[in-house]
Design a protein around this ligand. Structure first.
Ligand code: AMP
Ligand code: ZN
Length: 114
């Protein structure tokens, strides 16, 4: 058992607007949406960051990524979307349970201007 925020959401101890669930992943709406559509897709297994994922996690991460387009379409981001995984301190990660942001429903601004 872990008191990680997203593990608690997985267990139903903290409410979230769940939009997809199967035996190994869960998607829910971000509580502070940064775009018209902002979903978080997480493995149910606790992996703190992408940097902590092992080779054994590769199939799970692949299935997570493969689920994103369907969720985006279903939630009104069928014209395109942005996926983000923030990793670690310099990556701006706030919740240390690996999660894929799915952002869309609008034209997304340039991420970095060169
Ligand atoms: P990150 O900076 O990549 O770790 O993103 C963490 C995200 O989790 C942020 O976009 C938060 O708005 C979101 N978040 C934090 N707490 C909750 C919660 N209880 N339910 C849904 N989303 C949350
Ligand atoms: Zn966790």
């Amino acid at each position: 058992m872990t008191d990680c925020l997203f593990c608690r959401i997985v267990r139903g101890e903290i409410p979230a607007t769940r939009v997809y669930e199967d035996d190994e992943m869960l998607a829910f709406k971000d509580i502070h949406p940064k775009a018209a559509v902002h979903l978080l897709l997480i493995p149910k297994k606790h992996i703190a960051t992408l940097a902590d994922a092992g080779a054994d996690d590769a199939p799970l991460l692949g299935r997570l990524l493969a689920r994103a387009p369907q969720l985006a379409r279903e939630h009104g981001a069928g014209e395109g979307f942005r996926t983000i995984i923030n990793t670690g301190r310099d990556g701006g990660q706030e919740v240390y349970h690996l999660h894929l942001h799915i952002l869309g429903g609008q034209a997304m601004p340039a991420l970095i201007k060169y």
